[in-house]
Design a protein. Structure first.
Length: 148
């Protein structure tokens, strides 16, 4: 890969360092997992916390699914050079998961869910994350393993 970025943007192995927005996108995709960990950490109020964020439990269980690719990306990002094919495909899996999240939110709104400030923020954040995952040249380069 030609040097498109400053030398400080590369790690000791010659691979691009992780873009900050990548971590933000993973957290956005894994938000249901974050709520699950938060509920599990506060044992007595765990059920109440889940009830606040997910009054419909079916939405909670379905919300865990798009977070699986994000959790996988969290786990293997530090060792991406060991799994180059998985790593290269993971970008497209993350894009698909983001599409699922966005479609799910739009479907819930179409079925009559109330449009609150939080819902609007998540919808806009999901739109931005999808746009960034698809168009970011740096992210595309980040998912390309340097084999030199």
């Amino acid at each position: 890969m030609p040097a498109l970025y400053p030398p400080s943007d590369y790690d000791t192995h010659g691979n691009l360092k992780t873009p900050f927005l990548f971590w933000c996108t993973l957290l956005l995709q894994a938000r249901t997992w974050f709520v699950l960990v938060l509920a599990a950490a506060s044992r007595q109020q765990g059920d109440a916390i889940l009830g606040v964020f997910y009054p419909d439990r079916d939405n909670f269980w379905f919300g865990l699914l798009p977070g699986v690719p994000a959790a996988l990306a969290f786990m293997i990002s530090g060792r991406r050079h060991l799994y180059p094919r998985v790593w290269a495909a993971l970008r497209w899996v993350l894009i698909a998961a983001q599409l699922v999240l966005l479609t799910w939110q739009l479907l819930l709104l179409w079925q009559g869910e109330e449009l609150t400030e939080v819902t609007l923020f998540l919808l806009l954040a999901d739109l931005f994350a999808l746009w960034w995952l698809v168009t970011s040249r740096r992210l595309r380069d980040y998912f390309t393993i340097n084999r030199e």
